[in-house]
Design a protein around this ligand. Structure first.
Ligand code: PMP
Length: 411
């Protein structure tokens, strides 16, 4: 393919962000294929013609301006003469990247000084083991409130390392709600109470949080699928963990925010890879960190701050989710979301079609319109639209308009 000059249709975006201005023209062999005008934030008009609206549950869509910034820095990161992928994973340049990412995340979530922020490998699944291995001993009791299959997986993994008890399980009702906290029989001696703050598959999201039964116990939350989608009072938690690949970056990075006094009591069998103390003492650099992933997370955090922080982000997410849930609820049963209204997720919207035989056609037609990954998780079927931070309102509006047309055709 012939080299493309830097005056691509994305030029207005480069002009509107000083940081995006390339310092030099790209070398000859470098080609970019971009095909539409992009303004400050992606909108329906501005969506690149070569990109789709990706409703995947994760890895998920990333902000276009973040992708373009990464693109502009890929070849030569800030004059270092190399890409982030080529630099030392413990050298000063990467250290500056991880430190900035941490500082921006701390600013976004107002993380207090007595909490450590760790950037780890292994995804959120690894934390299902790391949490019990680091926070308790084999005989310790811990509580799990299970509102979906991720919470259930976390519970099952914990059984290998301690004595977990399920204090509530929504499985028999197909995971459609969060229980009232008053009636829960929490263990008075549990080291922690674990919740999954947003169940990605079932679309059930905690809107407030339970308090552990043990006054010395802590609340632990898997926030993989609603991390940085709204403000969160970190002080309510002893530990928060989140796989990055939904709201804040690519797969392979997992962020742990943990109160410092909980660190350093790992079980003897804990592998160094999983030991929070080793990571905390070495600024997450001890094990080979997933550098490019952390760099991408850093760009996303910077972007979220530029959007005005998580209160603003939450407003946008509420608006998007409102548009979609309203369309479902007003469809006279053609579409249906089974989740109790008070705990419907702002991030993952599962819905079924009254005429389930139309599902394959729905997906096929949507794909033709460049709306992809709308199939529900294989364990539940139906549809699921994941509308994380980076999904523009235009994407949700396009989906809703498609749903209305589809209904008109098939009602
Ligand atoms: N917890 C939740 C809530 C998730 O949605 C996922 C992944 N979809 C996981 C844990 C597992 O994450 P990973 O793939 O990073 O191990």
């Amino acid at each position: 393919m012939a080299a493309t000059p830097i005056t691509t249709p994305h030029t207005p975006l480069f002009q509107s962000h000083a940081f995006l201005k390339p310092k030099a023209t790209f070398p000859k062999r470098f080609s970019i294929s971009c095909s539409s005008t992009i303004q400050d934030r992606p909108s329906l008009q501005s969506q690149s013609q070569d990109r789709v609206f990706n409703f995947a549950a994760g890895p998920a869509t990333l902000p276009e301006n973040v992708l373009l910034k990464a693109q502009s820095e890929l070849y030569n990161w800030r004059g270092s003469g190399m890409s982030v992928m080529e630099m030392s994973h413990r050298g000063k340049d990467f250290r500056s990247i991880i430190e900035k990412a941490e500082a921006d995340l701390r600013a976004l979530l107002d993380v207090p000084e007595d909490y450590a922020v760790l950037f780890l490998q292994g995804g959120a699944t690894t934390q299902f083991a790391s949490v019990p291995l680091n926070l308790c001993q084999p005989d310790d009791t811990v509580d799990y409130l299970v509102t979906g299959s991720w919470g259930d997986k976390a519970f099952k993994e914990a059984k290998k390392y301690c004595n977990p008890k399920v204090v509530w399980n929504g499985k028999s009702e197909n995971y459609v709600r969060v229980p009232s906290f008053d009636g829960l029989e929490l263990s008075p001696n549990a080291k922690y109470l674990h919740i999954c703050a947003n169940e990605t598959i079932y679309g059930v999201e905690f809107k407030n949080y339970p308090v552990p039964g043990n006054p010395n116990g802590v609340l632990v939350a898997d926030m993989s699928s609603n991390f940085c989608s709204k403000p969160v009072d970190v002080t309510k938690f002893g530990l928060i963990y989140a796989g990055a690949q939904k709201n804040v970056g690519p797969s392979g990075v997992c962020i742990v925010i943990v109160r410092k006094d909980l660190i350093g009591n790992a079980q003897e069998i804990t592998p160094v890879m999983l030991d929070y103390k080793i990571h905390a003492d070495n600024n997450s650099l001890y094990n080979t960190p997933p550098c490019y992933g952390i760099y991408m997370c850093g760009l996303v955090f910077e972007d979220l701050l530029e959007q005005g922080g998580l209160k603003e982000v939450e407003k946008k997410n509420e608006k998007k989710a409102g548009v979609l849930y309203n369309a479902i609820d007003e469809s006279k049963g053609f579409y249906r979301c089974p989740v109790e209204k008070s705990v419907r997720s702002l991030m993952n919207v599962p819905f079924t079609l009254e005429k389930s035989e139309l599902e394959a056609e729905f997906l096929k037609e949507a794909e033709k319109e460049k709306m992809v990954q709308l199939k529900g998780h294989r364990s539940v079927g139906g549809m699921r639209a994941s509308i994380y931070n980076a999904m523009p309102l235009a994407g949700v509006e396009k989906l809703v308009s498609f749903m209305k047309d589809f209904q008109a055709k098939h009602a």
